[in-house]
Design a binder for this molecule. Structure first.
Ligand SMILES: NC(=O)c1ccc[n+]([C@@H]2O[C@H](COP(=O)([O-])OP(=O)(O)OC[C@H]3O[C@@H](n4cnc5c(N)ncnc54)[C@H](O)[C@@H]3O)[C@@H](O)[C@H]2O)c1
Length: 270
């Protein structure tokens, strides 16, 4: 069901790779709620071609941008402003990548070239895109920026590896830049800390099946799906949440505040 929550709003969605991507679902939800969007992803991801399907469905242009390139980001915001004839009201940062995780390198053995790249793609990119947006004055008054994160920023999940450190940095940038953009233009910046979700990035984490099943058992409401994450994100892009900023918002069925559950106790007693 749609409520027209984003009627007249314009936004940029980073990170829709395929139908499983959280950004894919969010793009569809934003359009269903009345928004117009621009889609972007790294050139290499675009070559896989799936995004064209989403672009046609959402009537959205696709503008390539590697988030580690300031030139790409400048071009993205310039072209987006041309397309809309002005600034945007919302941005979704749905981006994560770690070569150390991909290559199965243990946390204590991290390759630092890889780690550098992980921090840049998965965390500093939020700073980069906010800096470019601010310089180009590309986000409208009371705009809303959401980045996706995971609870490994607060608690140790060993197989999440260096992505935990990247998410901690991402959440810190959210607060620090959220302060600056709030003062300057009432732009709000928040992270949503999502349940484990079966996507390309998610499934790259070692032992993901055990991980997702454990979270399901440890959450009074069960794991939040990517569709539900899209719903929550739409609410943060809407005018109903105007005074929420610099927050890390758990969207995890209660997992983050649960000590133990009956199903987990029963499992331990077997
Ligand atoms: N899946 C989960 O379990 C889960 C849980 C919590 C948070 N998250 C976060 O949600 C976000 C989206 O991930 P997802 O699960 O939908 O997986 P996904 O693999 O569909 O999305 C990750 C995206 O990052 C993009 N990306 C990678 N390098 C890039 C670069 N250099 N420039 C631009 N884009 C680049 C990829 O092309 C891809 O579209 C990530 O931040 C992830 O950490 C995922």
């Amino acid at each position: 069901m749609a409520y027209n929550l984003l009627k007249g709003k314009k936004g940029i969605i980073f990170g829709a790779l395929d139908e499983k991507s959280i950004a894919w679902k969010t793009a569809q939800r934003c359009v269903a709620e009345g928004a117009e969007i621009v889609l972007t992803n790294a050139p290499i991801a675009l070559r896989m071609g799936e995004i064209n399907k989403l672009a046609a469905e959402c009537n959205a242009p696709v503008i390539p941008a590697d988030v580690t390139s300031m030139d790409d980001l400048n071009n993205l915001f310039t072209k987006t402003k041309e397309h809309f004839g002005g600034g945007v009201d919302f941005i979704l940062h749905s981006i994560g990548m770690s070569l150390n995780v991909r290559k199965g390198i243990h946390y204590t053995e991290a390759n630092y070239d890889h780690m550098h790249k992980t921090m840049d793609i998965s965390a500093m990119s939020l700073h980069r895109l906010l800096q470019v947006a601010m310089k180009q004055d590309a986000i409208n008054e009371w705009g809303s920026v959401v980045a996706l994160t995971y609870i490994a920023a607060q608690r140790v999940f060993p197989d999440y590896n260096e992505m935990a450190d990247a998410k901690a940095l991402l959440e810190s940038i959210t607060r620090s830049f959220g302060y600056q953009y709030g003062i300057k233009k009432h732009v709000r910046v928040n992270t949503i800390s999502q349940s484990p979700t079966r996507t390309t990035a998610g499934s790259g984490v070692k032992g993901f099946d055990g991980f997702i099943n454990y979270a399901e058992k440890m959450s009074p409401l069960g794991n939040a799906t990517s569709d539900q994450c899209a719903d929550y994100t739409v609410s943060l892009f809407s005018d109903l949440t105007k005074m929420v900023t610099m927050q890390n918002l758990f969207h995890d069925g209660g997992f983050s505040f649960t000590g133990v559950t009956q199903p987990v106790i029963e499992q331990m007693e077997k």
